[in-house]
Design a protein around this ligand. Structure first.
Ligand SMILES: [Cu+2]
Length: 154
């Protein structure tokens, strides 16, 4: 009987295919620790000619978000792409909105009140990360790393 270990190109394909299969398993198989528990965040965003502070925010899908917009020097707005959120705040008079971040992705928020020369560049970003539980995310990452190492070894 001719029995030997696979090698060369065939071996690499085998590694690639089994890594992909394992990663799919890690994504779809039920895990004991599974559900992501949504959180509630209050995000204080300060608007000043011509920037938002903070200009970049990260949350997880499913989180309930309250945005409190504070205008520091002039009337500013905050329009959030993809979520149909529009706030306008005057100095000393903040505006707020609460919503559930039910879509993941990167969403720009921009000033919706013409506030001066650089107004079109008054842009921030809300990053809604997928609600993949940490354990699962770690498993997938680990497998990807091991698969890549095995694939490119030597
Ligand atoms: Cu503006």
């Amino acid at each position: 009987m001719n029995f030997h270990l696979p090698h060369g190109r065939y071996y690499r394909y085998l590694i690639a295919v089994s890594t992909v299969c394992l990663m799919f398993a890690a994504i779809f198989l039920p895990l004991p620790v599974d559900a992501y528990t949504p959180e509630t965040h209050t995000l204080q965003i300060n608007a000043r000619t011509f920037a938002f502070e903070p200009g970049s925010i990260a949350i997880r899908r499913g989180d309930t978000i309250t945005i409190e917009l504070e205008a520091l020097d002039a009337v500013h707005g905050l329009y959030l792409d993809g979520y149909d959120v529009n706030l306008v705040a005057e100095p000393g008079k903040s505006a707020s909105v609460t919503f559930v971040a039910d879509k993941d992705g990167k969403f720009k928020f921009r000033c919706s009140v013409a506030c001066g020369a650089l107004h079109p560049f008054m842009i921030g970003e809300l990053n809604v990360e997928p609600d993949i539980p940490l354990v699962r995310a770690l498993l997938i990452t680990l497998m990807g790393v091991i698969g890549a190492l095995a694939f490119f070894w030597k």
